[in-house]
Design a protein around this ligand. Structure first.
Ligand SMILES: [Zn+2]
Length: 108
């Protein structure tokens, strides 16, 4: 099965719901099988890290945890707005993604 998410690694997205609602960040990783994405600075969990060796400092390690891709919306790189995307067909039959706000075609 070819599951594909509406966002990909490197896209900038905005969070639509949850405690990070309204936050924008870059997609660091996508997991199409789980339908989840990891977004920079979003859903950050703190883990306490103990020093394992002498001279190593312990502390809190912050790491993003995956969130559902359905909770994020692509921020259009052309107009900078969180936008719905649509798909249109070119004359040669190929499909392209476009921004419904500014109508610009987006690279896929
Ligand atoms: Zn746009």
């Amino acid at each position: 099965m070819n599951t594909k998410l509406h966002v990909k690694t490197g896209d900038t997205v905005m969070v639509l719901s949850g405690k990070d609602k309204g936050k924008k960040g870059k997609v660091l990783n996508v997991n199409p099988a789980a339908g989840k994405v990891i977004v920079e600075g979003v859903s950050v969990a703190s883990r306490h890290k103990k020093p394992r060796r002498q001279g190593e400092t312990g502390g809190i390690v912050k790491q993003e945890t995956p969130i559902y891709a359905s909770k994020v919306q692509l921020v259009c790189p052309k107009c900078g707005k969180a936008a719905r995307t649509g798909v249109k067909f070119l004359e040669n039959g190929s499909k392209v993604k476009y921004c419904k706000k500014c109508n610009e075609m987006l690279d896929d």
